[in-house]
Design a protein. Sequence first.
Length: 358
Amino acid sequence: MSERGRLSAPGSLEGVTGVLGGTTARPPDAAAAFDGQPLAQLAAEHGLRRSATRPPVGEYLRQLWQRRHFMVAFATARNVAMYTEARLGQLWQVLTPLLNAAVYYLIFGLILDTKRGVPDFISFLVTGIFVFNFTMRSFITTSRVINDSLPLIRALHFPRASLPIAYVLIELQQLVLSMAVLVVIVLIQGEPITWYWLLVIPAMALQSLFNVGTGLLLARLGAGLDDVSQLLPFIVRAWMYASGVMFSIQTISTLRQHPTITLILQLNPAALYIDLVRYGLLEKYRVSMPGTKPYNAHLCHLYYTASAKHAWANYLSAYCHATVTVSQMWIYGAAWAVLAVLAGFFVFWEAEARYGRG
């Protein structure tokens, strides 16, 4: 209440200077000074900081590390709550990718017969779907995470990068559950347990880093352009068809005449991480990979021309030239992961102070 009997608006300095400074007149520059002292200086004396600011890179990384437990707990809570209203509950985390695999097997395995040339096509297909689904869902959710979390961003001060990272962790937890189901499937299909299974861990780690880095980049793009989240499902669907999820890139005979296209398809990150997981988990796929055996032109040609009913022909691809060797897959997979993390982090960090603004 001012001395003139009028109510002051919340946060107004009207009448306050009379109490602190002994005067009743409001300074004309009250927005920039308080009792003759600049507000910026007053805030600095009391240790106040701007809530919307971009800290240095080192400080930002330290803040993210301090909130690692929050990100894991947030991801776990979201996974638990995701299917609480469904009658089957958390079972949908397993049923959803299995139903997708069944549909793709019907279309690509039986109707289009893309299983030709692929030993143990069921394990091959399910592995590809589970691994690619991790990347696809990570990209779609992170592209809209900033806009979906505006109330939280505007209410609390925290490093905004923790949100897309947490959403990638949500999808990683679902992938781990799906991999447990995948292990059961490959064992039923007759795949043996070998030490190669340990290679699945670093392959999934590289894919997770790639998803985090690209997720940060998509979160930055989606925060400024809502159309990104609308267009992204169509992009990743086309990407899926180009990544050898439902078929082996090496079995497409028409690509033999276009080695450059074949190389591009096999070096795209989704195909690399899928092949690395297949290499570690599936022995039948591992022994039939091109380059596994010394090159034999006759046997390689027979692989592409033999009838699909001859199961032995599925393994003749080992006598063909390898477009990309396994060691090169690991190198390129690591390069994609490092490049995505560095680019995604700095692009996201650069706009840290602008997230949540209306």
